[in-house]
Structure formats: structure tokens, C-alpha cells
Design a protein. Structure first.
Length: 318
């Protein structure tokens, strides 16, 4: 038995070492290839950044406001504008045929939609925007945010990984917090008025929740890292678009799967996080893992809707 155990350990070590070497080689190859593309176009981006910097006359607050507020907001509303057209009109069918919860929001209630848009705009203007003021002074203290030299592509990838990890931890636990009965009743219930969410609902929330769960988890990473404003603009835009995707109600081809968070809106007590890592560790995805939604929780690499290729099991007759 000791020999078998030793042999098993050697085989395991060999497999893990081989896998690690292959993984490292692939990552390094892809990273090197992307970096070479970045280096080729680096002069263009650096020149463009300097033109923008001098256009703003080096005024740091103006640059910060444009990068941390205007660019992400435009990304959010442009993306959600397309989705809202599909939600209201049912067209183009290329989008609506990928609906997750079939028969819901078909079409969306325009009164509820107007309320969601109004709340989202208020949260952006009266909460997110003022929160950028203390963030601005923290970034000035770091002294890297308004550098005339852009960060390298490798460093941006490192920052992106750290931002994502911090967001996952902060969002998961603050989200669990607002699901406590008292906070749910007075704070989080507003967000869950939409059991079949749409994109703009991603920031349709009570002001307290918008601060705790929507804004702070995204802002904290750049503040800890002292990131460049270009990295901040890219991260904020990416965070807003990905949360819009997770709420949009459509499992579209070649985009991240929204099945995980859509299931949270459907069942309320499952799938609290962003990546699902902490849900797995805490066992808050056990019901989700037993559903067809879990089977569909992957990037769609074809044009056939997953609701067709992996349909829900037919309901039993009473």
C-alpha cells in the first residue's frame, strides 16, 4: 500500500508539473505575442495619450473626470442603449432569440424601465460622481495616475487581475451582507424587484447598496495600486459592461455567460459573487450546480441559443 501511495504521489507530481510547464509556456507565448502587438502600436497609443494630455493642458481633475466618469458612462449607456432597444421593441431578433428567461420582459414594462433609467442616472450623478472626489486625492497622493508615460501591457494585466480579485472579495461579502433580512427589506429589495433583469438594472439599486456593492468594490483596486488614469478608465468601463452583461437577460454568442447572476435574480439565495469562486468555497452555488442553467453557464461559441441546445426539462403534469 505504501508503494502504491508513493507511485500515486509520483504520478500526480509528474502530471501537475507537466501541466504547470505547459500552462506557463502557453501563457508566456500568448503574453509575448500580445506584448509584441502592443509594442508595435505602443508609439501610437503613447502619442495619442500625450496629445490628449496636452489638449487638457495637464489639468489633472479634468483628465480624471473624463477618464474615470465620462468614458465609463458612455460605454455603459451605449451598450445598454442597444439592449434597451431590443428589450422594448423585440428587435433585432438576433439579440432577443438569446433570451434566458423565456417569456419574461417580452417586451419589457416601459414604466419599470423608465424608473430603472432614472434610478441608474441618479446613482451615477449623485453617488458615483461625488465618490470620485476622495478617489482623485488618493490618486494624486500616489503620484502615478497622471504620468505622461503609459503603463506597459504586462503591468496592466497584473493590475486587471488584482482589480478582479479585490472586486470578487468585496462584492461577494457586501452582497451577502445586504441579503441579511433587515438590510434586504430596506436596501437590497429594490434591486430584486427585477426577477428577470435587464442590463440597466445592474446599477438600479438603493443608494446604500450602490456605495457598498456597486462602487467601492470597483474603486478599491485602483486606489490600492495607484493606477494610471488610462488603466482606471479601461477598468471602470470593463466593470460596467461586464455587470451589464451579467444582468442583460440574454446569453449572447462570444460574450461572458450571464447565467450565474441571472439565476441569483431568479432564486435570490444563490450565486452571490462575480466569478463564482467564493460561492463555490461557501457552498452558495449548490442548487445552481444542479440546474440546466449551470450546464449553460459557458461562453456560447455558436449561433444556436443555449436555451435550444440545452433546454429546461419539461414540467411534470399535475
Amino acid at each position: 500500500q505504501e508503494e502504491k501511495l508513493w507511485d500515486a504521489m509520483k504520478i500526480t507530481a509528474c502530471v501537475l508539473a507537466t501541466g504547470l510547464l505547459i500552462f506557463t509556456a502557453l501563457v508566456n507565448s500568448v503574453s509575448w505575442y500580445v506584448q509584441s502587438i502592443w509594442d508595435t502600436s505602443g508609439h501610437f497609443w503613447q502619442t495619442t495619450w500625450l496629445k490628449f494630455y496636452y489638449l487638457c493642458e495637464g489639468k489633472e481633475w479634468t483628465i480624471f473626470l473624463l477618464g474615470a466618469a465620462l468614458v465609463p458612462s458612455l460605454a455603459f449607456w451605449c451598450f445598454n442603449g442597444i439592449l434597451m432597444v431590443a428589450d422594448v421593441t423585440g428587435k433585432p431578433t438576433f439579440i432577443t432569440r438569446y433570451r434566458i428567461q423565456l417569456g419574461k420582459n417580452d417586451p419589457v414594462d416601459t414604466k419599470k424601465l423608465r424608473q430603472a433609467i432614472y434610478t441608474a442616472l441618479c446613482n451615477q450623478l449623485f453617488i458615483s460622481l461625488p465618490m470620485l472626489v476622495p478617489m482623485f486625492y488618493i490618486m494624486k497622493w500616489w503620484g502615478n495616475t497622471f504620468s505622461k508615460e503609459l503603463p506597459t501591457f504586462h503591468w496592466f494585466l497584473v493590475e486587471l487581475s488584482i482589480f478582479t480579485l479585490i472586486e470578487e472579495i468585496l462584492f461577494y461579502y457586501t452582497h451577502r451582507l445586504v441579503h441579511l433580512p433587515l438590510l434586504y427589506k430596506h436596501v437590497h429589495k429594490k434591486h430584486h424587484e427585477w426577477t428577470a433583469p435587464i442590463g440597466v438594472v445592474s446599477i438600479y439599486a438603493h443608494p446604500v447598496e450602490h456605495i457598498l456593492s456597486n462602487t467601492l468594490p470597483v474603486m478599491t483596486g485602483p486606489m490600492i495600486m495607484g493606477s494610471h488614469i488610462v488603466s482606471i478608465a479601461a477598468w471602470f468601463s470593463l466593470a460596467l459592461i461586464t455587470t451589464s452583461i451579467s444582468h442583460c437577460g440574454y446569453h449572447l454568442p462570444f460574450l461572458p455567460s450571464p447565467e450565474f447572476h441571472d439565476f441569483h435574480h431568479l432564486k435570490f439565495n444563490q450565486c452571490y459573487g462575480v466569478l463564482g469562486v467564493l460561492d463555490y468555497l461557501h457552498g452558495t452555488d449548490t442548487v445552481f450546480r444542479q440546474t440546466k442553467a449551470y450546464e449553460r453557464h459557458r461562453v456560447l461559441l455558436s449561433l444556436t441559443p443555449l436555451s435550444e441546445s440545452i433546454p429546461e426539462a419539461p414540467k411534470r403534469a399535475e
